[in-house]
Design a protein around this ligand. Sequence first.
Ligand SMILES: [Zn+2]
Length: 317
Amino acid sequence: MTLTIGVDVGGTKVAAGVVDERGKIIESLRRRTPAASPAQTEQAIADVVSELLSRHQATAVGIGAAGFVSHTRDSVEFAPNLAWRREPLLAKVRQHVSIPVIMENDANASAWAELRYGAARGHDDVVLITVGTGIGGAIIIGGVLQRGRWGMAGEPGHYRVVPDGRLCGCGNRGCWEQYASGNALVAEAREFACRTASGAARLIQLGGGTPEGIGGPAITQAAREGDPGALQCFATVGLWLGQGLADLAAILDPGCFVIGGGVSEAGDLLLGPAREAFSHALVGGRYRPHAEIRLAELGPEAGLVGAADLARLAYPG
Ligand SMILES: [Zn+2]
């Protein structure tokens, strides 16, 4: 059985693993990302690969990078949480590694893993949406990752849903991720707590006594306890999520949406309202099949599993 190595490079950690042909992780390692220094980040990638290669005979390496990977997939043009700016990452890592290396955007790698081994098995037309601090995404049509002309397709978080709406970190206003992300959930809860302190007593308690202290885990816990305010926050964010998925369905018509990211750990608290809103908002909904909306199954390891699998496909050994 041939083995490949997947490396998931995010803003805070480098996670690497040896993966077999069935998508199973044989061994994995984690390092903090020296995010401010491209040279040190590249060294960290080379180090984890070397360490894994000292114990396993792998045939290729796939890197999933948290950034805008160019359409030629050899450089990272821009990374919001890392110091990469037009960084020729592939060539630099190849200098340190003796086996073939490929690179892919991290969300694309995760979507690929979910299609091959996770929630989207059996589907060819899949949209992955990661609901974390912001919203990430990836598109697979006809079993092929869609990267766009310059490699930057599948970033629906910055699709404008509200003209002149909330200011986004990208500089525009009204982006989807300002309404349907973890940040949006926290903003809803804090706003609610400021408005009605008595109705939000449990949320404020879990937030350490102040509305500003309320974070994602506190909202999820309160909602699981049945707290009406916390449930309303999930209903609001789920509504925005479901409506956005319906808009994406109008453009892409996928068979399956896979919802991942930290906020998706709340499960049906988020997906329940999202599915309902999707059904209502889907154009011609009564007269057409509805895409499935599923929770991601592979968790935080999806990126490295997908990157390893893409390396295997590029270099079958
Ligand atoms: Zn934006």
